[in-house]
Design a protein around this ligand. Structure first.
Ligand SMILES: Cc1cc2nc3c(=O)[nH]c(=O)nc-3n(C[C@H](O)[C@H](O)[C@H](O)COP(=O)(O)O)c2cc1C
Length: 227
C-alpha cells in the first residue's frame, strides 16, 4: 500500500529536464493550443470499444497532477461492467429528474438551457467506460487511523483537468458529469467512507450523429490581465 510522506525528512534529488529551444517551445505550445481548442464535451457516445490502455494511460497522466502537500487525494474508479453502468444511470437519472423538475431553480436551469441537457443520461450506458473520480477527503489507513488532507478540491480539479486533456490528446471523447447529489456513486461502487464522488466521466468515441452546443470560448484577451 502507498503510504503518505507525513513527517518524512526533506530529501532533495536533482531535477534537470531538457531545456527546449525557444523555437521548439513555441511550436509545441502553438500545436497544443490548437489541439486543445478542438476539445468538446461530448454527450452522445458510440458504443464502439476504445483501446483500454489509452484510458489507463490517461488515468496515469491524471495521477501525475500536483496536489496539496503531495497527498494525491484521488481515486479513479474505471467502470466497464454494463450492469453497473445501468445501475449508475438509473440512480443518476433519478436524481437528475428531481433536479430538472425544480431542485435546480430557474437561475441554474437558465444557465443550462444553451447546453440542451435534460434528465436523460444515455451517455452513462452508451459510452464503453465510465471513470468515476473520487476525492479522498482524508487519508484512511488500513488500521482506521486518519490524516487530514489539504487543498483536496483544488488537487482533484487539477487532476481531472489533466485527465480530460490526456483523453482528448489520445483521440477519445469525454463528458464531465456532475449529477447532484452524487452520494449514490460511492454507495454503488462501495467506496470507503473517506471518499466522496467528484465527477463521473464517460469515455468513448462520439456517436456518428453526435452534435454539441454552439458555444463560444472567451478569447485570450478576455481571460488575461497583464501587469
Ligand atoms: C465541474 C464541471 C461540471 C460539469 N457538469 C456537467 C454535467 O453534470 N452535465 C453535463 O452535461 N455537462 C457538465 N459539464 C460540462 C460543461 O457543460 C462543459 O464543459 C461546458 O458547457 C463547455 O463545453 P466544452 O467542454 O465543450 O468546451 C461540466 C463541466 C465542469 C467543468
Amino acid at each position: 500500500m502507498w503510504t503518505p510522506d507525513h513527517g518524512r525528512a526533506y530529501q532533495p534529488v536533482p531535477y534537470c529536464p531538457e531545456r527546449l529551444s525557444a523555437e521548439e517551445s513555441l511550436a509545441r505550445a502553438a500545436e497544443l493550443r490548437e489541439r486543445m481548442n478542438e476539445r468538446r464535451t461530448v454527450r452522445m457516445f458510440s458504443a464502439d470499444p476504445v483501446p483500454e490502455q489509452a484510458v489507463l494511460d490517461a488515468i496515469a497522466v491524471a495521477s501525475t497532477a500536483p496536489s496539496g502537500a503531495h497527498q494525491q487525494p484521488w481515486t479513479f474508479a474505471l467502470v466497464e461492467d454494463p450492469e453497473l453502468r445501468r445501475r449508475i444511470r438509473e440512480a443518476a437519472e433519478e436524481e437528475e429528474r428531481i433536479s430538472y423538475d425544480g431542485r435546480l431553480g430557474e437561475e441554474w436551469l437558465s444557465a443550462l438551457r444553451p447546453l440542451g441537457t435534460d434528465s436523460v443520461k444515455s451517455h452513462l450506458t452508451d459510452a464503453p467506460y465510465l471513470i468515476v473520480v473520487f476525492q479522498q477527503r482524508y487519508f484512511l489507513a488500513d488500521d482506521g487511523t486518519t490524516r487530514k488532507h489539504y487543498y483536496g478540491d483544488e488537487s482533484v480539479g487539477i487532476a481531472v483537468g489533466m485527465l480530460l486533456t490526456a483523453l482528448h490528446l489520445a483521440g477519445l471523447a469525454a463528458l464531465t458529469h456532475t449529477p447532484s447529489p452524487m452520494r449514490f456513486l460511492g454507495e454503488l461502487l462501495e467506496r470507503p467512507r473517506n471518499e466522496k464522488a467528484f465527477a463521473v466521466i464517460p469515455v468513448g468515441y462520439p456517436a456518428d450523429d453526435c452534435v454539441v452546443p454552439d458555444l463560444r470560448r472567451k478569447s485570450l484577451d478576455q481571460v488575461l490581465v497583464r501587469y
